[in-house]
Every structure is written in C-alpha cells, then in structure tokens.
Design a protein around this ligand. Structure first.
Ligand SMILES: Nc1ncnc2c1ncn2[C@@H]1O[C@H](COP(=O)(O)OP(=O)(O)OP(=O)(O)O)[C@@H](O)[C@H]1O
Length: 346
C-alpha cells in the first residue's frame, strides 16, 4: 500500500479545502501541512473549527472539495476509499465497537477483511490485547457491553492497530472517559507510541493532552486555518500571537513542567529517603509538584535522590532560559544569513 520504510510514512496536506453544500463558508479552508513520519501531531482548536472534517478527509470519510493528500508520497484521492481505510487506523470518542461481536472479533475485523489466515488473526488478537493491558483469557470472548468505558477504549485502540497500519487517526479517543481513566490511558498511550512510532493525527479539545502526547501541536483557528504549528515546548515558550496564548492560558510554566520528568533534574542530595513521597523514573515535574502539594512536603524522593521544590522551580526556569537563548541564537543566525544574502545580491 503506502511506500513505507521502517521509519513509517509522512502525511502531506496541500491546499486542502472542504465546502459542505449549503454552507456560506468552507469548513476547512486551504490547509497545507506536513506531518512527519513516526510523529504524533495533535490538532487543537475551538469547537466547530474543522478538526474532525480535516481528519475525515484523510481517510476519505469526507471527500475534499479541492486540494491534495499524500501519505508516504502516494495520492490518497486516487485510491479506493475502502482499500485506503483498511490501512489507516481510526479511533473515535464513541469507540464504535460492534456490539454483536466479541472483543476478539472486533479486533480481528480488519485482518479478516485483508484475508489473513485464522491462526494469524488469533495470535494478533492475543498480542494486541496484551499490548493494551487487557488479559486475553479474560477479555477475548467478552462482548463490548461487558467492558468498562476505559476497557472499551483500549479495545478501540487495539482494533485500530490490528493490521499494523503506518498511520493512525484519533479523534478525541479518550474524551468520553473520566479524568483518572483518561490520565491512565494517556500514560499507557505515550509508552505505546514510543515503541510503535506510528504517524498519528490526534484531535483534542484539551491543550494539556496535546502537550502530553504531541511531538508537535497544530493550533487551529476557524476553518482549520493554522495559527501555529510547532513543538509543545516552543508553543509554550513562544506563542505566535494572542490567540495561541489564549489557548495556553495563564499557567504556561505549570504546563511546561508537564514536559519535563524527574529524570531531567540533577539532585544535589543523592540519598534515598524512604520517609519522603516516592516518585518513580518517568514522573513529570508537574506530577511531582502535585505530590508535594498533596503531601504537604516540599521534597520528594526520585531515583536520583531528593528532589526539592527549589530544584524543581530552577529546572523549569533553566528550561525557559535555554529556550530563550536558542530562540535568540536562531534569530541572530537568521539576521546574519539575511545580511549575507543581501551583500551577495549587491
Ligand atoms: N456533514 C456536514 N454537513 C454540513 N456541515 C458540516 C458537516 N460536518 C461538519 N459540518 C460543519 O463544518 C464545521 C466544522 O465541523 P467539525 O466537526 O470538523 O469541527 P470540529 O473542530 O471537529 O468540532 P468539535 O471540536 O466540536 O468536534 C462546523 O461548522 C460543522 O457544523
């Protein structure tokens, strides 16, 4: 199908437009965007700005009015839509599991359509259930109604991964779950994506979710016009304008803490103190701060020693300063380059 190497496939949108019949303005207006292979790009924007329509054009659930879509360099609009959709994973908020099929049959659906032998499907179902932390023996033969919302959402992710598609489209996949389940699913998904490196477009209303999951974030205005497209750290440090700043809210530093983990902080006191709240490797500084506030202690114990509130603040501040220096450096380089070009034109 797609020209895929080990690193996955990129997605290119060119002047992509959708004008629904009877609407005065296009729902998606002239969007041009490159999604790099193996990255997760989060789409955030207000309700009705065209996130879902943009996504649905990529798997042809909505036909574009004009523009181009390429996946792995191949023209998506020239492919048969059914054939295309079997090679793109799709996860939606409403989950969309078939109620009359068991969990195993739901996950095995696309491999079956692709003509895989039964034994290969069975072993893939086992593998995927284990991957999303559902015991195959317990869940394979259950029906969706016998699962909790969070468990159903995991099955939805497993089903989208079934035929190992290089591309996944995820439309608010964790939106319908309660905050604790949601955080759990997000954390599991971060780990999974580190391993799988699929090319993913992830639609969310939640800027914090976009920061946590996205390698890059696209902040959209009405009609899917791009307000800013950059890494979470760069968007937090340098919002393009007031519109983007409004999305971030007033707590950019707190949000920045969610991008760093306790492993990024060098602890002066390297002792292990079992009487302090414990934070394992991979804990974000935001989570460590929450724990300090909840336990009423301005210290916690990380794998590299005793993490203090002061060290945590310094780490966040150092990150801001590093980013400012990098941004200034690239501005200076750009100005120098422009001077060189101007001199050579003379
Ligand atoms: N089938 C359709 N026919 C007509 N208009 C539509 C259709 N689908 C979507 N729209 C309109 O297109 C615009 C963009 O809708 P879309 O669902 O893409 O937005 P969204 O950003 O995903 O919103 P939300 O975050 O609320 O899900 C909206 O104004 C919507 O009313």
């Amino acid at each position: 199908m797609f020209n895929s190497d080990a690193a996955g496939v990129g997605i290119e949108l060119r002047a992509l437009t959708k004008q629904f019949p009877g609407q005065s303005a296009p729902a998606v207006d002239n969007v041009t965007l490159d999604i790099p292979a193996g990255e997760l790009v989060a789409f955030v924007g207000p309700s009705g700005c065209g996130k879902t329509t943009t996504m649905k054009m990529i798997n042809r659930l909505v036909e574009p009015t004009s523009g181009e879509i390429r996946i792995g360099g191949e023209d998506v609009l020239a492919m048969h839509p059914d054939h295309l959709r079997r090679h793109i994973g799709y996860v939606i908020q409403q989950i969309g599991l078939f109620p009359h099929l068991t969990v195993g049959q739901n996950i095995g659906l696309v491999p079956k359509l692709l003509g895989w032998p039964a034994a290969r499907i069975a072993s893939r179902v086992e593998e995927l259930l284990a991957l999303v932390h559902l015991d195959p023996g317990t869940f394979r033969d259950r029906y969706p109604r016998q699962l909790s919302g969070g468990q159903q959402q995991r099955v939805g992710v497993a089903r989208a991964l079934a035929a190992d598609p290089p591309v996944m489209l995820m439309d608010e996949p964790f939106g319908a779950t309660d905050p604790i389940t949601r955080e759990h699913l997000q954390n599991e998904f971060v780990k999974l994506q580190k391993e799988l490196r699929k090319t993913i477009i992830f639609v969310t209303h939640d800027f914090e979710e976009a920061i946590k999951l996205g390698d890059r974030i696209v902040v959209l205005r009405e009609r899917s016009r791009i307000a800013q497209y950059d890494t979470p750290a760069n968007i937090l440090a340098h919002p393009a304008d007031d519109y983007v700043a409004g999305f971030i809210g007033g707590d950019a530093t707190l949000k920045r803490l969610a991008l760093m983990t306790v492993d990024d902080v060098e602890c002066e006191d390297r002792r292990h103190d079992p009487s302090l709240p414990q934070v394992p490797s991979g804990t974000t500084l935001r989570e460590a701060l929450d724990l300090m506030v909840a336990s009423g202690d301005d210290r916690c114990c990380s794998p590299s020693g005793i993490l203090t509130f002061t060290a945590l603040c310094e780490a966040a501040g150092a990150q801001v300063n590093r980013e400012r220096r990098a941004a200034n450096g690239s501005r200076v380089k750009k100005a120098e380059k422009e001077k060189e070009v101007a001199a050579s034109d003379r």
